[in-house]
Design a protein around this ligand. Structure first.
Ligand SMILES: Cc1cc2nc3c(=O)[nH]c(=O)nc-3n(C[C@H](O)[C@H](O)[C@H](O)COP(=O)(O)OP(=O)(O)OC[C@H]3O[C@@H](n4cnc5c(N)ncnc54)[C@H](O)[C@@H]3O)c2cc1C
Length: 382
């Protein structure tokens, strides 16, 4: 059987050009300043909303475009050109991590109150799963939501929450039942509720332009109708939602590697030592050839995962493989590209220095590489 697989049509490419132009003209020139400020302007949320970037695959009825997943792939691939990994993470949390589950499971009211304004970029969304004592081990979540009449009373704490300092609402994981995976639920949680607060903003080593927060809930009352889907089915919803998050992380890793290698080729040709360009030395030619080959393999594994996801086929194993391979490879690519840059690679103004520190997150957030190996080995019956 012939293999001819070109996922991107002319329409995808036209969309890709819109995102690239946005990144190169409006975002990249400010990337360093936003890193230094530790935040980017809030107005960029409505700007992204206006361009339809939060609603790519979400229903038209709620302001989305109802497009296929390859548009999301093109969006995430180009977004890396903003050179602001922090901004990219914040925007992808909004459109691809916090709201898909509302689009899938929310009631009309939840879609009107949370999904539609998030798609427009008027409200900032965060996904609040992780806790001080529960990261990889999602089933260990302790934040509770106790039922009182028509209300849920939320108590507990969340940590590492992207967009956490300024989110207007959270897609929040809470314990509503028994210990373990069977007692979790998801709720939509407006952050103007009494006794909710931001304990602090975490200082990070990379992704500096995104805010990452510790949150607290102290007898916070929300209507019980803010439950997403069925009570105590939250673990399955969270695991399903993770698939989009992990896939987009693999896409980001592939695209970040592409940029790092392009930059290394350019620098290696320009920079001379011992009378010749660095890139002409066999050690670097081979290193780059090796990484470009591995990148190609990671890209097509990621596209395979995206194809399965796009067609609604079982994709958990391949998505986990893609995240594992692409995000691990990005570490080695970043290391070698930085090494090729010599001293220039160690100064913050160089793109490679920022990329090196930013890609480090990829093997940690949204499920670590070790957890990806657990999923793959279980899927293989090991
Ligand atoms: C910048 C940033 C942004 C984030 N944004 C969000 C967000 O918006 N929302 C959110 O909910 N969370 C967010 N997170 C949290 C992130 O998803 C978790 O940090 C991640 O899932 C890992 O959990 P942990 O940090 O508790 O590590 P732990 O679970 O404590 O793991 C520590 C180490 O042990 C390893 N380990 C754990 N279990 C196993 C096992 N079974 N086998 C082998 N090794 C194992 C891990 O791989 C890791 O190396 C963010 C984190 C960061 C750093």
């Amino acid at each position: 059987m012939p293999i001819a697989f070109e996922p991107f049509t002319e329409d995808h490419e036209a969309f890709r050009r819109v995102v690239r132009e946005l990144c190169e003209r409006e975002l990249a020139p400010h990337a360093r300043a936003w890193d230094e400020a530790g935040i980017f302007p809030r107005e960029l949320f409505p700007r992204f909303g206006e361009l339809g970037l939060f609603g790519i695959r979400h229903p038209v009825q709620w302001g989305g475009s109802g497009l296929d997943y390859w548009y999301v792939v093109a969006y995430a691939e180009e977004l890396v050109r903003s050179r602001s990994a922090g901004l990219n993470m914040a925007m992808l949390v909004q459109g691809e991590m916090a709201i898909p589950v509302i689009a899938d499971l929310g009631t009309e009211e939840q879609k009107r109150e949370f999904l539609a304004p998030a798609v427009r970029g008027e409200k900032i969304a965060a996904l609040a799963i992780s806790e001080p004592d529960a990261g990889s081990d999602v089933a260990a979540i302790r934040t509770t939501a106790r039922r009182e009449g028509d209300e849920l009373v939320v108590n507990g704490s969340k940590t590492w929450i992207t967009n956490g300092t300024r989110a207007d609402f959270l897609t929040l994981a809470v314990r509503t039942g028994q210990p373990g995976a069977g007692g979790l639920s998801l709720v939509t949680f407006p952050t103007d509720v009494k006794n909710f607060g931001v304990s602090r903003k975490l200082e990070k080593i990379g992704n500096l332009a995104s805010d990452t927060a510790v949150l607290f809930f102290d007898d916070c009352r929300i209507p019980r109708r803010f439950l997403l889907g069925e009570e105590n089915q939250g673990f399955a919803y969270i695991m399903a939602n993770f698939q989009g998050e992990r896939l987009v992380a693999a896409v980001l890793a592939v695209s970040a590697m592409q940029l790092m290698l392009e930059e290394a080729k350019r620098y290696g040709r320009e920079r001379h030592a011992f009378g010749r360009p660095i890139a002409s030395m066999q050690v670097w030619r081979h290193k780059l050839a090796e990484h470009l080959s591995s990148l190609e393999a990671a890209r097509w594994l990621t596209y395979r995962a995206a194809d399965l996801f796009n067609r609604g086929e079982p994709a958990v194993k391949v998505i986990s493989m893609a995240k594992l391979v692409a995000c691990d490879l990005a570490q080695r690519v970043a290391y070698d590209c930085m090494q090729l840059h010599g001293g220039m690679g160690y100064v913050v103004e160089s793109e490679i220095a920022r990329a090196w520190r930013d890609v480090r997150l990829l093997t940690i957030a949204g499920g670590t590489s070790e957890i990806m190996k657990e999923i793959v080995s279980k899927a293989e019956g090991l």
